[in-house]
Design a protein around this ligand. Structure first.
Ligand SMILES: [Zn+2]
Ligand SMILES: [Zn+2]
Length: 467
């Protein structure tokens, strides 16, 4: 059986993960992610799918982050009718995230067309997809537990293994029966950072005929978890001591938000911080936290311990969840003592923009960056030291302290990636390094060649590779 893979996104860039696999007569996708950051991304998200969607037999979803799942509603609206396989936790997260994403798309489209009309320009005002499109996607989800083998097409079987990245995240192994011989295709999705809160460490893989490996942080070594936690404690306590100081944490609602909640609870439990109030200004983050609590099968032992402590001491760590817009706006008048967490994680949309507008120009406040910031995003400009930024149509001075806590990244760093690769007993037949900025992927590919003598390529997007 001939096998060909085409990278439709996340090749020489980080976002838009979507791999089209043709195995004999079976056609499937590994992920169907959204491009994020900048106007170029909007164009990429809007372009038509390169093959008829009715010709795709199934989708394997590695995890719920939108850069891996965010275009599922678009392909379903445009004619995809097959199943979307995911772990039970991923499926539950998608049930929360995709409708939310549809809602954001609708609001964004409305805002864009208003702006276009004011500028005297034309704009069709069509959202990328709607909340209704997302809701229509949910019945396609089919939950598959870690380790369970499914056969979604004749001669093609698949299995999810824990990727240790966010709740439910998976490494996908696909076995293609080829005459008497099996061929193993392994897609890492996003690999987790060892020692991360909440989730376990990534599962090890020791053989593959084809390996597609992420490389988000292939050029970087995160600070150790201990040092990271000290930095975080310093950022929080230092800011809250200052008169009027608020801590603003832009965060992905899914994954990072739960890490932060868990970490603040654990730090309170251990007496490192006390008397804090965490405002979760993100209905999505609140829902994702509920999903996390419903999936103890995914949680590591330390997390279970914190949950038991929290149950016994509900008043030691105050968490306020805002649901209505009014409640959210009331946070704008908080002058000190608050930790406010909101999305989006890269400051491109959502309620975080209001909190930045009200706190970024105040030198007693701080912004604690806890996640990856893609090129072209507002979050990246803040991290890169911009003196002022444009937020909600206004120029806002950046006077607050900016802390970048890199060690909390849900992504494996270079050493994690190399350690994971070191578990292969024989070199994979062919290796593609994806999901990284171009220079990072190229550098990491060289590292794999130097260290393991692997046959490594950094694919260009859009054209098929026979394997
Ligand atoms: Zn991810
Ligand atoms: Zn990703």
């Amino acid at each position: 059986m001939s096998v060909a893979v085409t990278f439709l996104g996340a090749a020489r860039e980080v976002t838009g993960s979507c791999i089209l696999v043709q195995a004999g007569r079976t056609r499937f996708l590994v992920d169907c992610g959204m491009f994020q950051g900048g106007s170029e991304s909007d164009a990429k998200n809007a372009r038509p799918f390169p093959v008829p969607l009715s010709s795709i037999d199934f989708v394997l979803s590695t995890h719920a982050h939108l850069d891996h799942s965010g275009l599922l509603p678009k392909i379903v609206r445009d004619g995809y009718r097959g199943p979307v396989y995911a772990t039970p936790a991923t499926a539950d997260l998608l049930r929360v995230m995709l409708p939310d994403s549809g809602h954001i798309q609708e609001r964004e489209a409305e805002w864009q067309s208003k702006r276009a009309r004011r500028a005297g320009a034309r704009n069709n005002g069509e959202p990328l997809y709607t909340e209704a499109d997302a809701l229509a996607t949910l019945p396609r989800l089919s939950a598959v537990g870690y380790g369970q083998r499914i056969e979604p097409a004749p001669g093609v079987s698949a299995r999810f293994r824990d990727a240790g990245h966010i709740l439910g995240s998976a490494i996908v192994s696909v076995t293609v029966r080829d005459g008497g011989k099996d061929r193993e295709l392994v897609f890492t999705g996003d690999l987790g950072h060892r020692g991360l809160p909440i989730v376990r460490d990534p599962s090890l893989v020791d053989r593959a005929d084809l390996l597609v490996m992420e490389s988000t942080y292939g050029n970087r070594v995160h600070k150790g978890m201990e040092a990271t936690i000290e930095e975080f404690v310093h950022a929080v306590t230092d800011t809250l001591q200052r008169k009027g100081g608020n801590v603003i944490i832009p965060s992905f609602a899914v994954g990072r938000a739960q890490d932060i909640i868990f970490l603040l609870a654990d730090l309170t439990r251990r007496g490192r911080i006390s008397g804090i109030t965490l405002y979760i200004d993100s209905p999505l983050a609140a829902q994702a936290t509920q999903v996390t609590l419903r999936h103890p099968e995914c949680l590591d032992e330390q997390t279970m311990e914190v949950l038991r402590w929290r149950e016994a001491n509900p008043d030691r760590f105050r968490v306020a969840v805002t649901s209505s817009t009014e409640e959210s706006m009331a946070l704008n008048s908080l002058r000190g003592g608050a930790i406010i967490m909101a999305g989006s994680g890269m400051c491109e949309a959502g309620r975080i923009k209001h909190h930045l507008k009200h706190n970024l120009w105040r030198k007693e406040c701080s912004v604690v960056i806890v996640g990856f910031q893609a090129q072209g995003t507002l979050g990246r400009r803040i991290v890169d030291g911009a003196r002022w930024v444009r937020v909600l149509g206004e120029d806002i001075a950046v006077a607050a302290d900016i802390y970048t806590i890199g060690g909390l990244s849900a992504h494996a760093d270079r050493d994690d990636l190399l350690a994971w690769a070191g578990n292969f007993r024989t070199p994979p037949g062919r290796v593609f390094v994806a999901h990284g900025e171009e220079s990072v992927s190229l550098g990491f590919a060289q590292e794999l060649r130097d260290r393991f003598r692997w046959n490594v390529e950094v694919p260009e997007p859009g054209h098929p590779f026979e394997v």
